[in-house]
Design a protein. Structure first.
Length: 569
């Protein structure tokens, strides 16, 4: 079906668009170029972090491909917030918020300028889902591209990543590493531009983009500095022109329930980031599909863990690329019946057709489904009276799945961070950090600073950590996050007191978290709890807190998909 160009709406005649042509002339376009399809090349490039430094250059390859296919590309940088640079301080409040800013920027740019299509390029935790959300919301012809990961650093003969720097801080506090060793690791762990090298949030969402079908198969695991990326970037330009010409699908043709389940499967199979359970429902929301944490959890529970990937395992994005890329994982999951190969991809072909010629697993980096690392996926959804709407735990690499101990309660990340830095906790504790949910923070801060300290101090399996905030894709240990309902809206986590016993069983067939306090006691605490007065925060924090929904629904900020056949597109 041919796609109508929205640049010159039928309610306007060509004469009335002469002013637009004048501005294009001002940009140096010829009459022939003005008549071409105009494509927004939206990227998060800039000097704000290593993840973003190479994206503007990648955008030029995309623009070349667009021009060669008969279109004209317009470079459009949008905001990006780095999780790495906002870790363990108040700036982290703006990380998840930036996902919404990016999606909103895509909508505003695409609908205001009436571009015919777009290509989105991102390479940091929140800009990947933000760009995909914007694409699905606008539902114009679009292609998504993950800008790729950095190469791993090297220290004493082993590969290292940014996670090593965080965890070495904890080792220093515990007296097991020196300041000189920390400096050496810090200096070596990010040797090139690109996203973090492990199966943290950025690379998890890169795989998700391929599994859903919004990205070309094979791109996401190519390291950011490899020239092998460039032909695929240029080919993406042709893909979006093909979609405009009626030879390719729109984002909402691609993002179906089956495609979302495929995305969840690749997360579970690789021990990917728990943040994916926020982002996949948010992408679904833009398509008008009700797909919450329970839907995510169902797929996690039925999918085997086959990726031996950091942080739960050993290998990195570069290693996945060297054995054939994300397609190897998807094809193996499809052979095992865990991925639906009939779903549509951006090429216009089915996922099965796209995976027809990929290699089989090497059985070291990626195992077969017949001989998985674990029978169920790397992430579980825990439920119980303490988290009635669910909480998430990455179990990949965990040796201990059952924990029962007394609560050690902190209101906010800063107080907990200080206590952990000073070793003010005991083996067996259940450390609780509350008030850090989407509405409470606001912004849902990430707790890698705390989890890395605990792991570096050797306490990763001796204590549990529960929060209504988030965890980094790099977090490991008995770290339970995204607790819903959050404290700010009266979740039971707001009533926990020091010494209360909490029981956790993360075995997939059980998957429970329970506060062992009787209902009468909880009722007294609830009655005595002061009523929270609304805070006047001003700016974006205030607007976000007023609109954001629960983590179990993806922490989204609007009512969902709208009809895109009207004048707004």
């Amino acid at each position: 079906m041919p796609h109508k160009s929205p640049r010159f709406p039928t309610t306007y005649n060509t004469l009335m668009r002469s002013n637009s042509k004048a501005f294009m002339k001002g940009m140096g376009l010829s009459d022939e170029e003005i008549a071409r399809p105009h494509i927004a090349v939206v990227h998060t490039g800039g000097d704000m972090s290593p993840c973003n430094t190479l994206l503007a250059g990648q955008a030029q390859h995309v623009k070349t491909g667009i021009y060669g296919a008969g279109g004209f590309g317009h470079e459009i940088p949008v905001v990006s917030v780095s999780d790495g640079l906002t870790m363990a301080h108040p700036g982290m409040r703006f990380s998840l918020i930036s996902r919404e800013l990016i999606a909103d920027s895509v909508e505003a740019t695409m609908r205001a300028h009436c571009f015919d299509g777009m290509v989105g390029i991102g390479a940091c935790d929140k800009n990947l889902p933000g760009l995909m959300m914007g694409m699905v919301r606008v539902n114009a012809p679009a292609v998504f591209l993950h800008g790729g990961a950095t190469l791993p650093g090297r220290h004493k003969g082993r590969d290292i990543t940014a996670l090593d720097a965080f965890e070495t801080i904890g080792q220093m506090i515990a007296g097991e590493a020196t300041e000189e060793e920390l400096y050496a690791i810090m200096s070596a762990c990010i040797p090139t531009g690109g996203a973090c090298a492990g199966q943290f949030t950025a690379n998890t969402m890169g795989m998700v983009s391929e599994a859903i079908g919004l990205s070309p198969i094979g791109l996401s695991m190519i390291p950011a500095v490899y020239s092998a990326r460039n032909p695929i970037l240029r080919a993406a330009g042709k893909l979006v022109i093909d979609a405009i010409d009626g030879n390719g699908p729109l984002p909402r043709d691609i993002v179906t329930r089956a495609a979302l389940e495929n995305a969840c499967a690749v997360v579970a199979a690789t021990g990917g980031s728990t943040n994916a359970a926020l982002h996949i429902p948010a992408i679904a929301h833009e398509a008008g599909i009700d797909f919450d944490i329970d839907a995510v959890g169902e797929v996690f529970a039925r999918t085997p863990l086959i990726g031996n990937l950091s942080p739960g395992g050993k290998y990195l994005a570069r290693d996945v690329y060297e054995i054939g890329g994300t397609g190897v994982i998807l094809a193996e999951l499809m052979r095992g019946g865990y991925v639906d190969g009939t779903t549509l991809t951006i090429s216009g072909r089915t996922l099965a057709e796209e995976l027809a010629n990929v290699p089989k697993p090497d059985e070291e980096v990626i195992h077969t489904t017949a001989k998985p690392i674990a029978k169920t996926g790397g992430i579980v959804v825990l439920k119980g009276n303490l988290c009635s709407d669910g909480a998430l735990l990455k179990v990949a690499g965990l040796k201990k799945l059952v924990h029962r101990g007394p609560a050690r309660v902190f209101d906010g990340e800063a107080a907990c961070q200080s206590a952990v830095e000073n070793l003010e906790y005991k083996s067996g504790d259940v450390i609780i950090v509350r008030g850090e949910g989407p509405k409470g923070a606001p912004g849902m801060k990430e707790m890698l600073g705390i989890t890395a300290l605990l792991y570096g101090q050797g306490a990763g399996s001796d204590v549990a950590l529960l929060t209504d905030g988030r965890f980094s894709g790099a977090s490991r240990g008995l770290c339970i996050g995204y607790a819903s309902p959050e404290a700010a809206i009266g979740g039971l986590i707001s009533l926990v007191e020091d010494g209360d016993i909490i029981a956790i069983d993360a075995n997939p067939e059980v998957a429970t978290i329970h506060l062992e306090v009787d209902e009468a006691t909880l009722a007294k605490r609830r009655a005595a709890k002061p009523v929270d007065e609304s805070r006047q925060m001003g700016g974006i924090l205030e607007k976000y807190a007023a609109t954001v929904r629960g983590a179990n629904k993806g922490a989204v900020t609007h009512s969902g998909a709208v009809d895109t056949t009207g004048d707004i597109v």
